[in-house]
Design a protein around this ligand. Structure first.
Ligand SMILES: [Zn+2]
Length: 277
């Protein structure tokens, strides 16, 4: 599932194809995504000229120049394909939405599991609408710091892993980067949120920023190659320390058992019991 770094990379890949360009037409092939695509999306999006693209958490917002902003969420399995002008394009299975751009580029939203979303929101007060109105700060921004996190975790009964996934505390973190940030800050994912204070909250914030930034850099460096291959943006193989590495040793670890997998709130958590306490 794409998290903040992958969505950020999708944004950077889309910008050259979209910014300043007019949407000649929008074809919707399936309306039944997680949130139904507006029936009149085509007529509302047509003629819009993309002014800017903003990422907020795991969402991308494309401002169409008028009263509306196009909101995209990739869900579990959503992908964006960019076809440059002149590229031959055949509609693939699960291609649900096609934007035909001025100049000939085509942007395709493909989503086998259909947990993604594409809808329109008012451009001037999208931040007052859910989910944005309830969303915590951007993890890479200045509002996300140790004292903020400590305050949000105060007296919270959930484990710290669940708290990191709560978009109301901080936006954009999913399962992979929660595991990696907890590993880097040496915090046991089962630890009670309310017990994370002071230096430990500070260390966790630093680790969150670090793992996200490194993933963006890694994704950015492979961006060109991705567009050269099949135009698919948004999924990258990172060198993870613990995520999906059950029974393997984490970097520089002398633990006998290696990385352990447990299930928290129905989702796999990977951690090193020797390093994380
Ligand atoms: Zn280890």
């Amino acid at each position: 599932m794409p998290e903040l770094p992958e969505v950020e990379i999708v944004k950077r890949g889309l910008e050259p194809a979209l910014l300043g360009k007019r949407i000649e037409s929008a074809e919707v092939r399936r309306f039944d995504l997680r949130v139904p695509v507006p029936e009149n999306l085509s007529s509302r999006a047509q003629g819009g000229r993309i002014q800017k693209i903003v990422r907020r958490g795991k969402y991308l917002l494309s401002f169409l120049g008028g009263d509306e902003v196009m909101v995209l969420h990739l869900g579990m399995s959503g992908r964006i394909h960019i076809y440059e002008p002149g590229d031959s394009m055949e509609i693939q299975k699960h291609d649900h939405i096609v934007l035909n751009m001025e100049g000939g580029a085509r942007i395709v939203f493909n989503d086998p599991r259909r947990f993604g979303m594409l809808y329109l929101a008012p451009a001037n007060d999208w931040q007052k609408q859910k989910p944005f109105s309830e969303m915590g700060p951007e993890p890479l921004g200045n509002e996300f710091h140790g004292p903020y996190l400590e305050k949000k975790l105060h007296r919270r009964k959930s484990n710290i892993k669940a708290a990191l996934l709560d978009q109301k505390i901080v936006a954009g973190i999913g399962n992979i980067y929660a595991c990696e940030a907890l590993y880097q800050s040496r915090i046991d994912p089962q630890k009670l949120s309310g017990d994370i204070k002071g230096d430990e909250a500070e260390a966790l914030v630093t680790s969150v920023k670090d793992v996200l930034q490194k993933a963006i850099v890694a994704g950015g460096s492979s961006l060109k190659d991705y567009r050269h291959t099949d135009g698919t943006l948004g999924y990258f193989q990172h060198g993870f320390s613990v995520y999906d590495r059950e029974d393997k040793k984490c970097p520089g670890c002398d633990c006998k058992r290696g990385v352990q997998r447990i299930v928290q709130s129905g989702r796999s958590t990977f951690f090193c019991p020797a390093k994380q306490r």
